[in-house]
Design a protein around this ligand. Structure first.
Ligand code: NIG
Ligand code: FE
Length: 397
């Protein structure tokens, strides 16, 4: 069945070959034809073909559905008390991950799945149409495999994060835990995941140093998983450089970067084939985390000026950032990280798609998936201009 979506006051295609020639490929008075799960036609509303069904958006804005390339949705419990303590001066250390581990292990499969689905529904209602989901609150062989099986029921972008932290009972046996994550746990988890990730943070007693990170990531790559890295969140460290060295798709957080890190990410960005991203490392920024941990925001312009490909994601998790809202993330990126509204929107759509090495999402063109978000406003700029106002929603064909 063909479905004409017309009356689009402003259409953001993210295709410079369409429309005004800018990076966002803007078209005014536009229309799109959807056929099943893909886009069949894009152009001026006045030239639209006849279809089986018509929706008139009466001047609203349409953008590619947001691509949230970093989340931790399989968990139970919350850590509101830890958040409140942070707001009165406690630092974020990652130590609370053990609290969520205990609650998650105690929850049933059904509880975890229903909770993840509820968060996904929250995301959709704010314009997100693709979500990456990590494990990392199980931290033993069975529990990590269980988390991935649950994640795989709701997304294809599933990430094995057995190396989130060393679980409490193994703190004095770190080497054994690294061996487990790179051995038996990986074997049980690899069939359920596309990606592997490590929380690389030598400054944290709970997370992993550079050598441990390399050991785990190399084993995961040998098992056929593609790589991502949590890096440079709490301090300068080797995460970003390791991500580039091992051709991880993305290094996420990037809060504390040296000039050398920025140069390496800039060079990596320039090597990415944006048309068909199959290699190269994106710098993914998660400003909801800085907001929720009272940390200094990274400067996105420093990365963009160096040539890096920048993505924005939510990092939705119960500890460092419990928001599901990419519009909030876009507004923070514009206000706090030196991004223009256009750069922030691109980073939350096409940037996220490239961070997931996907060419079928994050832009509106013939053949792409029919994943759209409608903004109840005359232009995409309102996403940052009207922070906290629920303007965006995923379009349901
Ligand atoms: O991306 N930094 C490591 N992991 C998550 C936080 C997890 C938690 O605190 O529960 C993050 O910020
Ligand atoms: Fe994270």
């Amino acid at each position: 069945m063909s479905h004409l979506v017309t009356g689009i006051g402003q259409l953001v295609t993210n295709d410079p070959a369409i429309g005004d020639g800018s990076e966002l490929g803007l078209l005014e008075n536009a229309a799109i034809v959807l056929e099943d799960d893909h886009i069949a036609w894009v152009g001026q509303a006045a030239q639209a073909p006849a279809t089986d069904r018509v929706t008139d958006l009466t001047g609203r804005t349409v953008v590619p559905g947001f691509v949230d390339s970093h989340s931790h949705l399989v968990f139970a419990g919350d850590r509101a008390g830890e958040f409140a303590a942070r707001m009165t001066g406690e630092p974020y250390t990652g130590g609370g991950i053990a609290t969520t581990m205990a609650a998650t292990r105690a929850a049933s499969d059904e509880e975890l799945l229903n909770h993840a689905k509820a968060l996904l529904a929250e995301m959709r209602s704010q314009g997100t149409t693709t979500v990456e989901i990590k494990s990392g609150y199980g931290l033993d062989v069975e529990q990590e495999a269980r988390a991935l099986r649950i994640a795989a029921q709701v997304t294809t972008e599933v990430t094995y994060l057995g190396a989130h932290v060393v679980p409490p009972l193994m703190r004095d046996r770190r080497d054994d835990y690294v061996r487990l994550v790179a051995g038996e746990m990986l074997e049980a988890c690899a069939p359920h995941a596309r990606w592997a990730d490590v929380f690389c943070e030598p400054a944290s007693a709970y997370a992993f140093d550079g050598d441990e990170t390399r050991t785990v990531l190399k084993a995961c790559a040998a098992a056929g998983l593609e790589l991502r890295v949590h890096g440079n969140q709490l301090s300068e460290g080797p995460g970003a450089q390791i991500a580039v060295e091992l051709d991880a798709a993305s290094v996420d957080h990037c809060t504390h970067l040296t000039d050398e890190d920025v140069a390496a990410l800039g060079a990596a960005g320039q090597r990415i084939d944006q048309e068909n991203p199959v290699s190269g490392t994106v710098a993914t920024l998660l400003p909801g985390v800085e907001f929720s941990t009272r940390s200094p925001y990274p400067d996105a312009r420093r990365l963009l000026d160096a040539g890096a490909v920048v993505a924005l994601a939510s990092d939705c998790n119960p500890g460092s950032c419990f928001t599901s809202s990419l519009p909030l993330v876009i507004a923070l990126a514009v206000r706090e990280m030196n991004m223009s509204p256009a750069q922030a929107l691109w980073a939350a759509t096409r940037g996220g798609a490239i961070a997931l090495r996907r060419s079928d999402i994050g832009r509106i063109r013939v053949g792409a998936r029919a994943d759209l978000a409608v903004i109840d406003a005359p232009s995409y700029v309102h996403l940052a201009y009207r922070p906290g106002v629920p303007l965006a929603r995923a379009f349901q064909s």
